[in-house]
Design a protein around this ligand. Structure first.
Ligand code: BGC
Length: 283
C-alpha cells in the first residue's frame, strides 16, 4: 500500500456528535476504560445523562464522569460487579434514584482469561462466563424492569428502552486459546436475539455491537509493537486498527431514534475482520 494512504487511514476520523440523546438516561457497564469509556463519553456528548459503572479504578471512573459533565450533562460513577446480583440491583436503584429513570443500557463489561483448552481452569471459565454473559443477563433484567414500569415517553424516545449488548467478532469467529471468551460471546448473540424477540412488542429494542480488533487494554499485545500490528493487519481488510470511538459512534446510533426500526441486529464494527480476509487471495 502507498504509505501516505496508509498513514491517512491509520486512525478513526475526528467527528463531533449530534445531540441525538437529549433528555435520555444511560448506564454503561465497564465504563472506566476502553470501549466502555468511549461509549459513555459519546452518549454524554450526544446529550444523555450517564451512569459510569466500573468494578475497580475509582480515579479512572471519576475522570470519565468529569469528562462527561464537561458536555453539560449529568454523570455519576457506580461501583458494582456486574456478575453479582445484589450489587447490580443496588446499582440500578442508585442510578434511577439519581436520574429518575433509565432509557439506555450498554452492557459492555467484559474480560478475557485466556488459556490453551487443556490448561484452562474452572476459575478462568467461570470468571469469563460470569462477567461477560451472566453480567449481561443481570443488567438487562434490571433495565427491562424499569423500561416496562415506565413505558414509552414519546417526547424522549419512540422506544420504551434500548439495550445494546457488547459482543465481539468472536460470536462468529472461533478462537483457539480463548474458548471461554468465544463461548461467552456466542451466548450473548442468542441472549440478545431472544430478548429482542420477547421485548419488541413492548417497544424495547435490543441489539448488539460486535467489535473487531479495537485499540484497548484488553488486547494490547495484539497491537503495541510494529510486528504485532503488522500481523494483526493481515486480519483487517480496512487496514487500520479500530479505535474505541468507532464503537462509540455505532452505540450512539443504536441508542437513538435514528435506528428505531433496528431490532435484534448485531452490528459488526470490525474493518472487515469477519469477511474471511484469508480468502482475498486464496480459495
Ligand atoms: C477481543 C480482542 C481481539 C478482538 C479481535 C475482541 O473481542 O477482546 O482481544 O483483539 O476481539 O480478535
Amino acid at each position: 500500500m502507498n504509505t501516505t494512504a496508509a498513514a491517512a487511514s491509520s486512525t478513526a476520523p475526528s467527528l463531533t456528535l449530534p445531540k441525538l440523546l437529549v433528555g435520555q438516561k444511560a448506564l454503561v457497564t465497564g465504563a472506566n476504560s476502553g470501549i466502555g469509556r468511549a461509549v459513555a463519553l459519546a452518549l454524554g456528548e450526544a446529550g444523555a445523562d450517564v451512569a459510569v459503572n466500573y468494578v475497580q479504578g475509582d480515579e479512572a471512573a471519576n475522570d470519565v464522569v468529569a469528562a462527561i459533565r464537561a458536555h453539560g450533562v449529568d454523570a455519576i460513577a457506580c461501583k458494582a460487579d456486574v456478575s453479582d446480583e445484589d450489587q447490580v440491583a443496588n446499582m440500578f436503584g442508585e442510578m434511577i434514584e439519581r436520574f429518575g429513570t433509565l432509557d439506555i443500557l450498554v452492557a459492555n463489561a467484559g474480560l478475557q482469561r485466556d488459556a490453551p483448552f487443556h490448561a484452562m481452569t474452572l476459575a478462568q471459565w467461570h470468571t469469563v462466563l460470569s462477567v461477560n454473559l451472566t453480567g449481561q443477563f443481570l443488567c438487562a433484567r434490571e433495565a427491562v424492569r424499569e423500561f416496562v414500569r415506565r413505558g414509552v415517553v414519546s417526547q424522549i424516545s419512540c422506544a420504551a428502552g434500548k439495550i445494546i449488548c457488547m459482543s465481539s467478532v468472536h460470536q462468529e469467529i472461533p478462537w483457539a486459546g480463548h474458548a471461554n471468551y468465544a463461548t461467552s460471546k456466542g451466548g450473548i448473540k442468542l441472549l440478545m436475539e431472544s430478548l429482542a424477540q420477547e421485548l419488541a412488542p413492548q417497544r424495547i429494542r435490543v441489539n448488539a455491537i460486535a467489535p473487531g480488533a479495537i485499540r484497548t487494554p484488553i488486547n494490547t499485545t495484539a497491537w503495541n509493537t510494529p510486528e504485532a500490528y503488522k500481523s494483526l493487519m493481515t486480519l483487517v481488510p480496512y487496514g487500520r486498527i479500530g479505535e474505541p470511538e468507532d464503537i462509540a459512534r455505532a452505540a450512539v446510533w443504536l441508542a437513538s431514534d435514528l435506528s428505531d426500526y433496528v431490532v435484534g441486529t448485531t452490528l459488526f464494527v470490525d474493518g472487515g475482520m469477519t469477511l474471511y480476509p484469508g480468502f482475498a487471495t486464496g480459495g
